[in-house]
Design a protein around this ligand. Sequence first.
Ligand code: PA5
Length: 430
Amino acid sequence: MRLDTKYVYRFISKKELEPIRAEVKDAHNMLEKGTGPGSDFLGWLHLPSATSKDYLRKIKSLAADIRKTSEVFIVIGIGGSYLGSRAAIEFFGVRNHKHARPEILFAGNSIDPDYLSNLLSGIKGKEITINVISKSGTTIEPATAFRIIKNVMKKRYTASELKKRIICTTTKAKGALCQMATMKGYRSLYIPEDVGGRFSVLTAVGLLPMAVAGIDIEEVIRGAADIEKKSSSSADIDKNPAYHYAALRNLLYRNGKKIEIGCSFHVSLLSVLEWWKQLFAETEGKEGKALFPQAAIFSTDLHANGQLIQQGERNLFETFIRIKKKGADLKLPREKENIDKLNYIAGRGLSFVNRMAYEGTAKAHADGGVPNMALIIDERSAYCLGQLFYFFQRAVGISGYLLRVNPFDQPGVQAYKENMFRLLGRPACR
Ligand code: PA5
């Protein structure tokens, strides 16, 4: 993978870059030595290289079992508990993954009764397995969805069948979900205590749903472990694209570029960008600071926020994710009448048109005062997906320290919950 910075250095001088090199080194040392704020949540840092083949085999075997017995697999979770697996599954194209069965659905990521009712009516009569994922076990969105779906399943399956069809991914020996799983005998997978939700995609949280979807999780981990190794071996931004990215976005922020648009010309990257958005927003948005991350798919969104990006307030920059190797392609046919005047590109593939749209956009936005850079992955593969996940995890760890916040807590998430619980009349927890 490579970071193309052509359209950033028009806005940042090499001189500005020099002082941040030392800051990046300090941030690197804080991560590697565990001396920075939030260091008891660094379990993700060397997780890929510590993930054994045996562990992955166990996940794969559970996934194979689920595929055999289920038409529908429902991932129940919110935030870090589902965004990564959804990103991975959609990265390969929702209808395109190797195993068309089971259908994979997501629940418990809102409290919207319309959404859940629709989901329930769509799965009537189908063989279901659910994976309820919650580190705390008390998050209201997944907890309410779990109760409701479990109630439906209870009418259909015996208690012993339920034990196989409910899989809990949670903290070991702690929390409500773990307690429930132990009491009821549900199958369980564990999230390491020192891995925060938004850093958990490479744990069982992400790996089981990915394996159920037929994604090669060994390759995902191999890709992540490669970036882990490269990142650990050099804090030099010239050698480490994740650190280079972290440094550039902080310099842009310091120059008044407060909004980062994570964007791509590949529709299948939308959920990866949603995962990225949560990772960066929850890691950095505190103490009155943050780059505001916004996800966009182009050229779709060029017809929505393109005008604003080109000519609105100059407080933003863009980070594109590009895929180097061409995937599927469709040739534009020639038409004799040429009423739509498209014959000048007849015979060309849509991928060429899409690529030119990117080139044109990146230049236009830079010319209009919007710095942009592109993270380029080689191909749409499990290996590259693993690289991508780890790249951004590492980058946000460094970036959070450059911003001088604790990257690994999320104290602000409590505020809405406390109001909601009060309004709902929840009894005080002892
Ligand atoms: O990244 C985070 O920590 C959060 O997004 C959590 O993943 C999210 O709030 C869900 O929490 P839990 O897994 O405890 O249900």
